[in-house]
Write a protein that binds this ligand. Structure first.
Ligand SMILES: [Mg+2]
Length: 203
């Protein structure tokens, strides 16, 4: 299982900046509030509900499809997409089934994966729409995936919270980050996706 943003491509800081600005604008427009208040709500919901969208749905009856399309402007994002050159080769070398598990919407995930030329290598792309707009690290999502019936699961993700949930559900875990964290939930740490093939349990 592969996370998408900041795992397979570099979403920080530029792409996330655009998405966050568009989310703030959406909240300003929808709730008729100023920028400062909208920013606060965006961050509060992120912490409280695991995603801004869930908070908006629960408290303000926001239409999720409208929110996702207005906050993931592919035209603005396209010139900023970049990934490691070796990514297609690395993924080709992993013979096990590969699945994307992301909190991003389907249209955005598909667009990014096509752009970085790896979409065909994934057996399945699981997005926020597939999880009733709940997001990682919600344990429900990892439990649902266990029902696929594979013998072993590996989660590769830059978020320590997601790694923790994956580990609780008996996944092997690979944390990808420039900042090395010590955690009992991490089986292996890598700085870049280029180092993935060094890991014994990846094959
Ligand atoms: Mg990520």
């Amino acid at each position: 299982m592969f996370d998408l943003d900041d795992t397979l491509h570099y979403a920080s800081p530029e792409i996330f900046k655009i998405i966050n600005e568009d989310m703030t604008s959406f909240i300003m427009k929808h709730l008729k509030i100023n920028k400062e208040k909208a920013n606060e709500i965006r961050q509060n919901y992120w912490h409280k509900y695991g995603s801004t969208l869930r908070g908006l749905m629960n408290n303000h009856q926001v239409n999720p499809k409208k929110f996702l399309s207005e906050t993931h402007n592919l035209e603005k994002i396209e010139p900023l997409i970049h990934s490691e050159k070796s990514l297609p080769r690395i993924l080709r070398n992993i013979k096990s089934d590969k699945v994307i598990l992301t909190n991003a919407p389907k249209e955005y995930a598909t667009f990014i994966l096509e752009k970085i030329k790896v979409k065909k290598m994934f057996k399945k792309i699981i997005c926020i729409e597939d999880n009733s707009f709940y997001s990682k690290p919600n344990l429900k999502i990892f439990k649902k995936i266990k029902a696929f019936g594979y013998k072993n699961y590996v989660m590769i993700d830059d978020s320590i919270d997601n790694i923790k949930s994956a580990k609780i559900c008996n996944f092997k875990t690979v944390h990808i980050s420039n900042i090395k964290k010590n955690s009992k939930y991490i089986d292996y740490s890598i700085k870049k996706i280029n180092e993935l093939l060094k890991i014994k349990f990846i094959n």
